[in-house]
Design a binder for this molecule. Structure first.
Ligand code: ZN
Length: 127
């Protein structure tokens, strides 16, 4: 029996469901773990897997860079210290959100300054 995993931002209380942890080769040879995919509620998108799932995860990670992100199995959600997690419902919902600042010239320094401010503040600040 395997768990469904979600990537959860503890700062924004948003989650990206990734599907079950799976080892498609059935345990033969080198384990190659993956997720079974994000099941989008948009009928035209279906289950997001493979390269598209990776792209979705990267976008989510960049949206929440410097935030507290955890990979949570569904069996452990009782341990999450807040009531509501807003789960992403479609890949287009995630991908439509602008990454600000976009990676590139100057963005990393801006993010580094904001992170330094956040970490030096007891309650942290938004980014
Ligand atoms: Zn966040």
């Amino acid at each position: 029996m395997s768990n469904t995993y979600s990537l959860v931002c503890f700062d924004c209380r948003e989650g990206l469901p990734l599907g079950k942890g799976a080892c498609p080769d059935g345990g033969k040879g080198e384990p190659h773990w993956t997720f079974t995919g994000f099941l989008s509620e948009a009928a035209s998108e279906g289950r997001v897997v493979g390269e598209a799932l990776f792209e979705l995860m990267v976008h989510f990670l960049l949206l929440h860079r410097t935030h507290e992100l955890r990979l949570i199995p569904d069996s452990s959600f009782e341990e999450v210290p807040f009531d509501q997690v807003m789960f992403m419902e479609s890949s287009s919902q995630v991908l439509a959100r602008a990454i600000d600042p976009a990676p590139g010239e100057g963005a990393e320094q801006q993010v580094a300054r904001a992170l330094a401010m956040r970490l030096s503040s007891p309650k942290g600040g938004g980014l």
